[in-house]
Design a protein around this ligand. Structure first.
Ligand SMILES: *Cc1c(COP(=O)(O)O)cnc(C)c1O
Length: 430
């Protein structure tokens, strides 16, 4: 039987008349890999099921959140129970307090925090706090890092934007973008030089402390050292955007992995257990600037929503050391298996893994910044992606993305991915 996505293709036609690209978030359109996106009908554990009755081992995990696998029964029943009590009150609840306390156990540096409804909101609010607390407008981000789609961040912003060759979004006023100072990732000298020149204008430095939105790249020791000392010496804050790395490179995020004293932290993805949650927080002296305590305004009708909070809290309670270790062991096993197939097939590719995240890059060297990721063979990634899909593996549809493992990825699923790669790696050669 040949692989067909007829029903998905029909749905895509209808969708394209209604939504730009037929999707509600651009990378889902599979344009970068020149494929038809399967329309997903349901998900369970490590598997996705599409409208054409294919089953895939899922390595997207809804772009990170599904660290327990899909539709974990305890998360589902927590959400259902919450729904029965009412879906939104616009008033404080006990569950929000429980949730904030649970988050602070994972991230003790988040002394105070706010729950919001997306990673985008978390990052734009954290930036506002840094600007409000310092009285400065400029901030530093790194090429290839993505911090959501707020205007200030859509400058050299990784994955989605990079995939389409639009490093700077239309619709962002130049007057605003001028305050966004971008530097190459892993370049401590560039950071020092920028602070030497403009340090007193800079409110904060924001980064993905392990990148995911240009594929998985680790920060070098020298880069982290510069981040520890240089901004602080100029009165600027460091914001760890752990929307992707939080609970994923380590249960306590990259700040636990590297013992880094982040001033502010952004969370999303895993923290919502598959429902819309973002969180920003950090040192109380900064968070006290937020309204109603201070003059930095931020609000949300559905912030701390009972369903989202129920899913997030259930997920955090289930995310024990043992559960995290299962997901990380799955990533270890997949990395090792892929490296073996790469060696056996003589493919020019490398795998970079941190915790439960990894990326396979079609290039000869481990990339350390966005330019090096861009130099990888992305056309080959597209061919590889299509072959993997035909062999039952759902990968992120771009070579600028991280792959995500869950505690439900056991030896059967890992072996299935490795066997698919045994066909798709040589098959993807031009
Ligand atoms: C996904 C992501 C965001 C944006 O989160 P959304 O929930 O998609 O708005 C911000 N920062 C990082 C590092 C992310 O991976």
């Amino acid at each position: 039987m040949t692989f067909s996505l007829d029903r998905s293709a029909t749905l895509l036609k209808r969708a394209e008349a209604l939504m730009p690209g037929g999707v509600n978030s651009p990378v889902r359109a599979f344009r970068a890999v020149e494929g038809t996106p399967p329309f997903i009908n349901k998900a369970s554990g490590a598997y996705l099921y599409d409208e054409d009755d294919h089953r895939y081992v899922d390595l997207v995990g809804t772009w990170g959140p599904a660290i327990l696998g899909h539709a974990h029964p305890e998360v589902v029943s927590a959400v259902c129970a919450a729904a029965g009590r009412g879906t939104s009150f616009g008033a404080p609840t006990a569950a929000e307090v429980d949730m904030a306390e649970a988050i602070r156990e994972f991230f003790p540096r988040m002394e105070m925090m706010r729950l919001v409804s997306s990673g985008t909101e978390a990052c734009m609010s954290a930036l506002r706090v840094a600007r409000g607390a310092t009285g400065r407008d400029a901030f530093v981000k790194f090429e290839g890092c993505y911090h959501g789609h707020a205007d200030s961040f859509l400058v050299k912003a990784g994955s989605g934007a990079a995939t389409f060759g639009e490093p700077n979004s239309a619709g962002v006023p130049a007057d605003l973008a001028q305050h966004t100072l971008t530097l190459p990732y892993n370049d401590p000298e560039a950071l020092k030089a920028l602070f030497a020149a403009r340090g007193d204008d800079i409110a904060c430095v924001i980064l993905e402390p392990v990148t995911g939105n240009m594929g998985v790249i680790e920060p070098t020791e020298a880069f982290l050292d510069a981040l520890r000392t240089v901004p602080k010496a100029h009165g600027a804050l460091v914001i760890f955007d752990e929307v992707m790395t939080g609970f994923r490179v380590h249960r306590g995020g990259a700040q636990a992995l590297y013992d880094f004293p982040a001033d502010l932290t952004c969370l999303g993805k895993v923290v919502g257990g598959g429902l819309p949650v973002g969180v920003y927080g950090g040192k109380a002296e900064y968070m006290r600037h937020v309204s109603p305590l201070g003059a930095v305004y931020q609000a949300g009708t559905l912030s701390g929503n009972p369903l989202a909070t129920a899913a997030g809290l259930a997920t955090l309670r289930l995310l024990t050391e043992a559960t995290f270790d299962r997901a990380a062991a799955a990533a270890d096993a997949l990395t090792e298996g892929l490296r073996q197939v790469i060696a056996e097939t003589g493919t020019e590719a490398v795998v970079v893994q941190v915790g439960t995240m990894l990326t396979l890059f079609f290039g000869g060297e481990i990339p350390t910044n966005f330019d090096q990721v861009s130099a990888c063979d992305h056309a080959r990634f597209g061919r590889f992606h299509r072959l993997m899909l035909e062999h039952g593996v759902y990968l992120p549809p771009s070579g600028y993305e991280a792959w995500f493992l869950s505690a439900e990825h056991g030896p059967d699923e890992i072996n299935a991915v490795i066997e698919a790669a045994r066909v798709a790696l040589p098959g993807s050669a031009a």
